[in-house]
Design a protein. Sequence first.
Length: 506
Amino acid sequence: MSEEYAIEFKGITKRFGSLLANNDVSWRIKKGEVHALLGENGAGKSTITSILFGLIQADAGEILIYGKPVNIQNPNDANALGIGMVHQHFKLVPSYTVVENIVLGMEPRNRFGHLDYAGARSKIKELSTQFGLDVDPDAKIRDINVGMQQRVEILKTLYRQAQIIVLDEPTAVLTPQEIDELMQIILRLKSQGRTIIFISHKLKEIKTCADQVTVLRRGQMVGSALVSDCSEAELARMMVGHEVSFTTPKKKAQVGGAVLRIEDLSVRSPLGALAVEGLTLNVHAGEIVGIAGVDGNGQSELTLALAGVLRPESGKIFIGKECINQKSVRQRVEMGFGLTPENRETQGGVGDFNLAENYVLKSYYKEPYSNRFGWLNKKRMIDDAQVQLENFDVRSADGWRSMLGDLSGGNRQKLIVAREIALADKLLVVSQPTRGLDVGSIEYIHRRIIEHRDQGKAILLISFELDEILNLCDRIAAISHGKIVGVLDAKDATKQAVGQMMATTR
Ligand SMILES: Nc1ncnc2c1ncn2[C@@H]1O[C@H](COP(=O)(O)OP(=O)(O)OP(=O)(O)O)[C@@H](O)[C@H]1O
């Protein structure tokens, strides 16, 4: 027992059905350090941190805070012990202001019992200056960007006087610039004496901001090391248990005719702004075309228009010779068009359907899953799903019987990518396909996308990860303000060249 440690986990075990999400985990986090937690999708990272925050209860084991055994039954107990958590998915009320969200549940009142926001407001201002967390206290959550929403979540923990802050995959939703800002914020929190647990799949980030790293694999702790002692390749090896290659080998593309043609397309966002404005682009059979760009330049609306969720304002989308503007989502699927949506939390799957049902979500109504009388062939459904669950290494407590909503974020993503690749007989559009995935899974999905290309399919990749675009694509288009502002052949594409293209406005 030592007060040198802010947190000590001793023999933590947590079971979900037959799955041991945490298997006798003992782990210590020193006071005042940034301690990264690394592990494959489904390794048990969210489970152990949820136990710390009182969201779930361990089946066995003990937690010590500053050397004292504690009993954390719920988040209020965690707050009282000075533990705060910023979740992957923010828990903010969109119609409330920043201040209202921060004080939610502990609203300040004056001596007459009336709500008194003035004091809270100045406290929040003070904290935001102290920690460099730039926010507009009076803005409504729905009107601010994701980076600022995250700062509100961090301020919420500081307002509750958290000394220990857990950040669960905080960079998965951020743009590269916001990530840089968050790295600075984390270092500032540390310099002001806070203890940070930082969960991330991005090895570069761990190298930038963490002092110590601990690795979980299949629920067990496999090691802990000083970050300065490990290279990124070593971190990856510790995590998956074998060498990981960061670039995927590929042959020269055998390019065929145009499969996807987007002509002078304009699309309005659901809020009414023109987000895609005169966008023109072709994708041919046998090639991967990447769209590189900073978030918010029309990528989401383009993806939704391709999916058939948003109707174009003007312009045309063709698959082969056929204009698909008026085609329904199902008709597009029927044409051999697979698409992985950008946001797997709200699109692409049904949380309380099992994995087999989610696997056939877009094809259950036809052969081989239904016969002409409409009878479902459940066995075939389950068999096919099981093959893909194995191929894509989708880990869950009860195999195909697990509910999609119970899967870890990365495993959910893998299932959706597996389904859409299988549907994409002609065209595959993948939006942020590896967001939230561990390096091993990224390598696997990249290989499958290249294989799909080599089978003569057309692929459009929309990604904020420049490394991913450079690694996979045969041609790279840059998007800015809803338009394609330049296209480069992969052989001429460097980070600088693509970055320069992205900064162009036309
Ligand atoms: N409520 C639940 N019911 C059933 N299984 C669950 C539940 N919560 C988590 N699991 C399973 O426990 C395992 C560990 O999940 P956890 O979310 O801790 O992983 P993770 O390391 O955070 O993964 P990722 O990097 O993908 O977010 C996964 O296989 C997941 O499917």
